[in-house]
Write a protein that binds this ligand. Structure first.
Ligand code: PLP
Length: 406
């Protein structure tokens, strides 16, 4: 399948199809017991998301609670240091709680409320999704169960504290490696027990249908705002838009608003320490087709075909797959995927901090690093980067690991 087979004018209406497929990627590969639960979420979403009441309430929440629209910002000093190409940032770091994740968590929370549910359930790795969801739960007056591996609980003390302060139940997962994978399984089990009263909320544009579609739809606000703001600021569209890709939510929200435009679109994957298996999490670059966590996409596999161990300096990017829509857009050729290693990302972290006064998340630093590399090559034109989050959460790590840079 190639680009020319896809009508990007009607893309958002046609993709995914009714079963959640973007071409051959996506779907819902779940245990039979969970099928009715996911069907209930899908049916509710398809009805509710079109109601003017839901749309109006989500708009009000975005404006009054989240602080949207977030601005687009022109990095004059950074751009000048690289040549004549101009770099712009979509400032998702200024979203309440400091990252784009709240965009879909507030959508998922509002859906749970409209469905009459009492509780929202999720797993979390580094704790970023847990904090965003706990925030949504507090806002809507819902109970919130966050499953988290015991190892991650020890590593991510500040986020665990935030979730508890916000009133969420942090449930330690004590079997296996006690990290994200076990937490996903435990959260699914918990959900299976109480799906009549609860909704499961996935933290990225991954998982079984309808989540990749719902999360994409809730994140689209990023790209729609950015496109309009950029046009208003400069009178034209950017030449390139780029964002980091973990599961793929902040990137898909930006990219889909530009699919039908003459704009080059680039997703940036984490190359970590290098190309060896276990040293990176660049699933779209080095992976192959496979099913994990309930969806078919491109994933990194070990010798047994199971999800491979992955690594990135940015904990929000170390996931062995990416959402099905990214696999589809890569195969179509419409979106390109590049990689950035730890060191280049950390250099960009310091460059943006020191030349613009903006401390980015290490995840977002990957996209900034790619934009800096490309700006030098392009020499003219413009690049719009999604700055998915702020770097406060990464400062202790940076101080400890890179004292020589201070
Ligand atoms: C979680 C996270 C990411 C990665 O998730 P996506 O779903 O790929 O967007 C990127 N940036 C920040 C700041 C995050 O917290």
């Amino acid at each position: 399948m190639k680009n020319c087979d896809i009508n990007f004018n009607t893309y958002l209406k046609n993709y995914p199809d009714a079963d959640g497929f973007f071409g051959k990627y996506g779907g819902a590969f779940i245990p039979d017991e969970l099928i009715p639960a996911f069907k209930e979420i899908n049916d509710a979403y398809l009805t509710i998301c079109k109601s003017s009441k839901f749309i109006a309430e989500l708009r009000r929440i975005r404006r009054e609670f989240q602080g949207r629209p977030t601005p687009v910002y022109h990095c004059e000093r950074l751009s000048k240091s690289l040549g004549k190409c101009q770099i712009y940032l979509k400032r998702e770091d200024l979203n309440h709680t400091g990252a784009h994740k709240l965009n879909h968590c507030m959508g998922e929370g509002l859906l749970a409320k409209y469905m009459g549910k009492k509780k929202i359930i999720a797993e979390t790795g580094a704790g970023q999704h847990g904090v965003a969801l706990a925030t949504a739960a507090a806002y809507f007056g819902l109970e919130c169960d966050i499953y988290m591996g015991e190892v991650d609980i020890k590593k991510q003390a500040p986020n665990v504290a935030r979730m508890k302060i916000l009133g969420a139940n942090v449930i330690p997962v004590t079997h296996g490696l006690k990290t994200l994978k076990e937490a996903v399984d435990a959260a699914f089990e918990g959900y299976l027990k109480e799906y009549k009263d609860a909704v499961y909320c996935i933290g990225s544009a991954v998982g079984p249908h309808p989540f990749p579609m719902m999360v994409r739809d809730f994140q689209l606000v990023v790209g729609q705002e950015a496109r309009e703001q950029f046009l208003e600021m400069t009178g034209e569209l950017p030449d390139v838009v780029t964002a980091c890709v973990g599961g793929g939510s902040n990137s898909i929200g930006l990219f889909d608003a530009f699919l039908n435009d003459p704009v080059k679109i680039v997703g940036v994957e984490p190359l970590g320490r290098g190309v060896k298996q276990g040293d990176n999490a660049a699933s779209l670059t080095y992976g192959s087709e496979g099913v994990m966590h309930g969806f078919n996409s491109i994933m990194l596999k070990d010798e047994n075909g199971d999800p491979a161990p992955v690594y990135s300096v940015a904990s929000g990017l170390d996931y062995p797959s990416s959402g099905p829509e990214h696999a589809f857009l890569k195969e179509s050729g419409r979106v390109e995927y590049e990689t950035v290693c730890d060191e280049e990302a950390v250099d960009a972290f310091f460059a943006l901090s020191r030349m613009e006064g903006i401390i980015p998340a290490l995840e977002s630093s990957h996209a900034v690093a790619y934009a800096m590399r490309l700006a030098k090559e392009m020499k003219t034109g413009s690049i719009l980067v999604n700055l998915s989050g702020r770097g406060d959460k990464d400062m202790d790590y940076i101080l400890e690991r890179y004292p020589e840079k201070l």
